[in-house]
Design a protein around this ligand. Structure first.
Ligand code: GLN
Length: 275
């Protein structure tokens, strides 16, 4: 560990790959090649930004998610590996020709992955940040899914509620800000100082946005449709408690680390019980 950065060796490698444009195989073959002057200047800038705590993904402007390369900038949260669980679950349970909504899309990582891996899917992706939607638009173009992903500015599901497609939604994917107010200061410096607070802060217990989302989801989902929500490791029981069991069948799923991470809630439909 150097300067408190416990991924120093990996970060240095990503830095060299980024500035030389080499892939990993080329780097190992030409391990003794010296950097050109211009590359060295870029290298020094990269290292000083990294030493200030800036995450590698913001320095390179890229992050891999679901084996796809996504553009990122400081207006969006960096896609996390644990969020792949939500995408994989959604791909597994979605019906044929699904109409999906990704609420709080940020970089578009979830929306683009769903459209990329299910060529029949139509996705409506919403974010209240116009800067984030610009990043999402780039990512849609980059992965050739712009014809099936519609981007909309707005708060939660507001752009849909009351419109024609409401009531036609098969699945809502939500990785909304879920960090509890009291935990914001405890986040690692890299996250706290560089990632957008708007994409992290979830009110007093972290579930404030999800509480507002649920009634809107009822207005948008088909009977039997799904609401998938990413949560923090300590939010499982409380997250279950914000659903009315009369209308929802709720499961909490762990991530690869065995920690509560995903709420899979199936909308039973008003008054109908088929589960
Ligand atoms: N998982 C993020 C973290 O590192 C939080 C993401 C979110 O609030 N949606 O804390």
């Amino acid at each position: 560990m150097a300067h408190g950065i416990n991924t120093a060796a990996l970060d240095a490698e990503v830095c060299v790959l980024h500035i030389t444009g080499m892939d990993r195989a080329a780097l190992y073959q030409e391990w003794d090649r010296t950097l050109k002057d211009q590359e060295l200047t870029q290298h020094n800038i990269f290292i000083s930004r990294r030493l200030s705590g800036e995450p590698v993904a913001y320095i390179t402007g890229h992050k891999e998610f679901m084996s796809l390369d996504f553009c990122v900038d400081k207006s969006v949260l960096i896609p996390r590996p644990e969020t792949e669980l939500l995408v994989e679950k959604a791909l597994e349970i979605m019906p044929p020709l699904p109409f999906i909504v990704d609420v709080g899309t940020g970089s578009g990582a979830i929306a683009v992955s769903l459209a990329y891996y299910n060529r029949e899917a139509r996705v409506f992706a919403i974010d209240r940040s116009l800067a984030a939607l610009a990043v999402a638009r780039d990512n849609c173009i980059r992965h050739s899914v712009s014809d099936r992903v519609e981007l909309q500015p707005g708060d939660l599901l507001q752009p849909l509620v009351g419109s024609a497609p409401a009531g036609a939604v098969d699945l809502i994917a939500a990785n909304l800000p879920y960090v509890a107010e009291g935990d914001l200061l405890e986040l690692p410096g890299e996250v706290r100082m560089f990632e957008p607070r708007l994409a992290l802060a979830g009110g007093r217990d972290g579930l404030a946005h999800y509480r507002r989302l649920i009634p809107q989801a009822i207005a948008c989902l088909k009977e039997g449709g799904y609401l998938l929500m990413e949560i923090g490791f300590d939010q499982g029981p409380r997250a279950r408690g914000i659903f009315d069991p009369q209308f929802w069948a709720v499961q909490i799923q762990p991530d690869l680390a065995g920690l509560d991470r995903l709420v899979v809630a199936r909308y039973k439909g008003a008054g109908k019980h088929f589960i």
